[in-house]
Design a protein around this ligand. Structure first.
Ligand SMILES: [Zn+2]
Length: 295
């Protein structure tokens, strides 16, 4: 359907044809948010995705096909202008309902909740990688459920049942991961891109620093030599890079230090959307931390 057809007409046509009604179309900006949505929409519809996981939400431009998906969407879920700046203008042109998970004022944002103590070190801007925190994603799922229920009240019971199932499974997974990761609390590591802070603080891991805040920008020479100094002092046991940025700089800095290499995927490229996909994603992150940090 290249053109936007009035919804009433669509509904009439579909009921005449007795075709399956694809009532609820959700578009997520980044894949981990799509995975949360897939749990909520299980048996109802399949959520779409705007930024492919091999791209970066820090630097992305929408394609014409993305604009069509936005025009068709009932609900668009995104973090906010601090992360997906490229969405600000396109979202002004869609009738879709918008769910912005982080609002401009950090004081009023769900991202600024007090269950996150900043552990010494970097106090720059607010960390926009909200999906690294299972508690924030539970809240996001609740907000998605409420917004979708207002759009399609007839799906309310199904959405709520899916939410309850997701919430229980997520809390169980969270407890499991906490147990698995707690023995690693004193194992220092560096990450390539500063995307994991919320996971790290939620599970009490010991991140010593990162190479870059913006994965599209190369870290400075002085910063690199500081990291190299810490690696030579054996402060860290592992350096994590990521598949989106296979960085020569990480290889150069770690060369000869004997530090292990890990790879964390912030955008869940190997995870297939489905009811348990977000749990699998958390599990995969935890598994890689375990593999690289274990004594
Ligand atoms: Zn990032």
């Amino acid at each position: 359907m290249p053109f936007r057809t009035p919804k009433l007409v669509v509904a009439l046509l579909l009921s005449l044809l007795a075709a399956p009604v694809s009532a609820l179309q959700l578009e997520a900006s980044v894949k981990p948010l799509q995975l949360v949505a897939a749990a909520l929409l299980e048996g109802i519809s399949e959520p779409g995705l705007l930024v492919p996981p091999e791209a970066s939400p820090h630097h992305y431009a929408l394609k014409p096909s993305d604009m069509r998906d936005l025009a068709r969407a009932d609900l668009v879920v995104w973090v906010g202008p601090e992360l997906e700046l490229f969405l600000v203008k396109p979202l002004q042109q869609t009738d879709a309902r918008l769910l912005q998970l982080m609002d401009g004022d950090p004081g009023a944002s769900m991202a600024a909740e007090d269950h996150h103590e900043h552990e010494g070190g970097h106090h720059h801007e607010v960390d926009t990688h909200l999906w690294m925190d299972p508690v924030l994603m539970l809240e996001a799922a609740q907000q998605m459920r409420d917004a979708l229920t207002e759009i399609a009240p007839e799906q309310g019971p199904a959405l709520n049942a899916n939410f309850e199932r997701f919430a229980a499974a997520l809390m169980a997974k969270d407890r499991e991961l906490r147990q698995r990761l707690s023995p690693l609390a004193d194992r220092g590591f560096f990450v390539f891109h500063d995307a994991y802070g919320r996971f790290v603080s939620h599970y009490g891991l010991r991140q010593l620093g990162y190479f870059t805040v913006d994965p599209g920008r190369q870290p400075g020479a002085r910063h690199l030599s500081e990291i190299r100094g810490q690696l030579q002092e054996k402060a860290a046991v592992c350096v994590f890079s990521e598949p989106q940025f296979r960085s020569a700089v990480v290889d150069a800095v770690t060369e000869g230090t004997g530090v292990r290499h890990g790879e964390l995927d912030p955008l869940a490229r190997n995870i297939t959307p489905g009811p348990d996909a977000y749990l699998q994603y958390l599990d995969a992150l935890a598994g890689e931390f375990e593999r690289c940090l274990k004594p």
